[in-house]
Design a protein. Sequence first.
Length: 146
Amino acid sequence: MKKIEMTEEILAAKKSSGLSWEEIAKKVSLGPVFLTSACLGMNSLKKEPAEKLCDLLGLSAEVAETLQEYPIKTWDKIIPTDPLIYRFYEAIGVYGETIKEIIGEKFGDGIMSAIDFSMDIAKEENPLGDRVVITMNGKFLPYKSW
């Protein structure tokens, strides 16, 4: 089974279940962002959570096996056209150099890990319009001299 086929089956089963990603993640004992990314093929799951997910959604052992396979983390390199995804592209385009400059000033020359990493997405209610709150937490990895 290919990752895209796995994702299609998971999304169909999720829709049929009526469960949210947060509800599914809680039952599988993982964070909703990580679990969702694995279901979309960008991360892999260990055996136990893969099987829990498949049991919960009534999916086959083949889906559980595919969830455990290492992903190939590629994406289209063109500018995204989905409005929500484009706004992140735009925000990094506008603020990316600023983020890099401030991280460099606070930590030194290095990067933020996307491996030793977590992300949380929350809703902040606001009378002027609800707010999206995204918290990214990655280990700082300094560049080494040799």
